[in-house]
Write a protein that binds this ligand. Structure first.
Ligand code: DQA
Length: 152
């Protein structure tokens, strides 16, 4: 059966600067290039990948609320600095009750101690951190496997 799944990719603050920002930590690929590659991979796996980046907490929350209406099956989220601060974003994810995977390009446990706290990890399906941009591809792969199993 050729069922399509909807996945929403959410990137938080400063990730629009990917490729220019602290290249030694976050690498030199831009967000636009990364999304292009992820969309290609998604297409090969029967996934419609929607993407959203914002530097604004309220816009990110509104997008998560919207996910319910546009029938998103899964969310991949890099909450960026909001990982360590935003109970409001956490509550939004709990409210919509859509399964999600948390990703981080850098290893949040091997940097400043304040980065070791995530308001998302305990409510996520899983957290992938420190594998560079591969984190996004692993998240996509996991979702693809899970959704395929559900549709069997
Ligand atoms: C990040 C890690 C966060 O601590 C940081 O604030 C970011 C990016 C990562 O992808 O490694 O902006 O989420």
């Amino acid at each position: 059966m050729n069922i399509k799944f909807n996945v929403l990719l959410i990137n938080g603050p400063n990730l629009n600067l990917l490729g220019n920002r602290e290249i030694n930590i976050y690498g030199n690929i831009s967000l636009t290039e990364l999304i292009k590659k992820l969309k290609k991979k998604s297409k090969q796996n029967n996934i419609n990948l929607f993407d959203f980046q914002s530097n604004s907490e309220s816009k990110l929350i509104n997008k998560i609320h919207e996910s319910k209406n546009i029938k998103i099956d899964y969310i991949i989220i890099n909450p960026a600095a909001f990982t360590h601060t935003s109970i409001a974003l956490r509550d939004a994810l709990l409210a919509v009750n859509i399964p999600f995977i948390e990703v981080h390009i850098s290893n949040i446990y091997s940097r400043e101690t304040f980065r070791s706290n995530s308001w998302f990890s305990d409510i996520s399906q899983g957290t992938i951190t420190g594998l560079g941009i591969d984190c996004y591809f692993w998240a996509l792969k996991t979702i693809s496997n899970r959704l395929k199993n559900i549709s069997k």
